[in-house]
Design a protein around this ligand. Structure first.
Ligand code: NAD
Ligand code: UFG
Length: 332
């Protein structure tokens, strides 16, 4: 089976390439490296001992994408490629709508014209907006607070309408909660450019001494200790969720939360990181970050029921593996 992986050099895409290669699939990676480094592809080969084809392609480029569909008999597409920085999307909405929507349209169009039957899409828990937890797939979407989130909700809609009109295309919409951690080899992981926006990479950079201290955005939320609660999921569990989604996808449109179902507060994550890695993380409580919700965690029962998948790795492993990758690769 040939699986086209867009954004395969990125954080989640690279771990999913590993999971698919280890399971015997052939992968074809298309990435323009706007937020990743081609060296990651070598590391995937090193981890798995397998080779695969990779192309430097912008997946909004319809002609370049069509050449791929002509060259290979593609059995499925997993579409990770996208811009993902929430704050930047507010500053550059057109860049986000253009990149994230056009890529989805171009890929779906080629799937229909070349008879590809499976499309797995990287969506986000952000599409739920601010609602009661646990968040379940049956809940109506209430609108998001930023253009990035809107591109995810709109891509879900585009793919749903397309699959309804073309029943030979089956679609799986995967709503990720908060992916963290890294492959246990320490060879691939998350390498944000500049100062990280997300909590775990910020913590690892404080641990490394690259940043002086963590700013905790608010301690007055109605949560266990006042700080924001999220459903952190180990990126290797997330990658395995993609394999399960691909293998069970037969017809129709299916939506799945990929999370652990467990909420962890900012301070609980900091404490676990300190304990597991034996490093103190200095922090300061500051005001809330605009657009943040108090709590976000998943109802994960549907993914278990229908995909036979659930996350296996806990917060300890997430903190240990994130730190191992930072130690190995932070100077690149
Ligand atoms: P990432 O930035 O590490 O990976 C995205 C990859 O896509 C990068 O390698 C980038 O170079 C590539 N890319 C972007 N635009 C492209 C284009 N037009 N053509 C070709 N390649 C392109 O991000 P990630 O964390 O691995 O996220 C993967 C997907 O999952 C994204 O769609 C993201 O929005 C979604 N997602 C991520 C999170 C998260 O917290 N990391 C949460 C929910 C959803
Ligand atoms: N936080 C801090 N200090 C920081 C960074 C984050 O206190 O320096 C807090 C936030 O306020 C929040 C928690 O840590 O309470 C997690 O924040 P992240 O930025 O790591 O994650 P978010 O849940 O805000 O957002 C992430 C992705 C979004 C995605 C969403 C749901 O950035 O793109 O998860 O999947 F939509």
């Amino acid at each position: 089976m040939n699986i086209l992986i867009t954004g395969g050099a990125g954080y989640i895409g690279s771990h999913t390439c590993v999971a698919l290669l280890e399971r015997g699939y052939d992968v074809i990676v298309a990435d323009n490296f706007v937020n990743s480094d081609p060296v990651v592809l070598q590391r995937i080969r090193e981890i798995t001992g397998r080779d695969f084809h990779s192309y430097e392609i912008d997946v909004t480029d319809a002609e370049a994408v069509e050449r791929l569909f002509q060259a290979y008999k593609i059995d499925g597409v997993i579409h990770f490629a996208g811009l993902k920085a929430v704050g930047e999307s507010v500053q550059k909405p057109l860049e986000y709508y253009r990149n994230n929507l056009l890529s989805t349209i171009v890929l779906a169009d080629n799937c229909i014209r070349y008879g590809v039957g499976k499309f797995v899409f990287s969506s986000s828990a952000t599409v739920y907006g601010d609602q009661e937890v646990p968040l379940a797939e049956s809940m109506p979407l209430r609108g998001t607070t930023n253009p990035y989130g809107e591109t995810k909700a709109m891509s879900e809609r585009i793919l749903t309408d397309t699959a309804r009109a073309h029943p030979k295309l089956a679609v799986s919409l995967l709503r990720y909660f908060n992916p963290v951690g890294a492959h246990e080899s320490g060879l691939i992981g998350e390498s944000p450019r500049g100062i990280p926006n997300n909590l775990m990479p910020y913590i690892t950079q404080v641990a490394k001494g690259k940043l002086a201290k963590l700013y905790v955005y608010g301690d007055d939320y109605p949560t266990v200790d006042g700080t924001g609660v999220r459903d952190y999921i180990h990126v290797v569990d997330l990658a395995e969720g993609h394999v399960a989604a691909l293998e069970r996808l037969e017809e129709g449109v299916h939506v799945y939360n990929l999370g652990t179902g467990q909420g962890t507060s900012v301070l609980q994550l900091v404490k676990t990181f300190e304990q597991v890695n034996g490093i103190k993380i200095p922090y300061e409580i500051v005001g809330r970050r605009p657009g943040d919700v108090a709590e976000s965690y998943a109802d994960v029962s549907k993914a278990w029921r229908e995909l036979g998948w659930s996350a296996k790795r806990g917060i300890d492993e997430m903190c240990r593996d994130a730190w191992r990758y930072e130690v190995n690769h932070s100077d690149e």
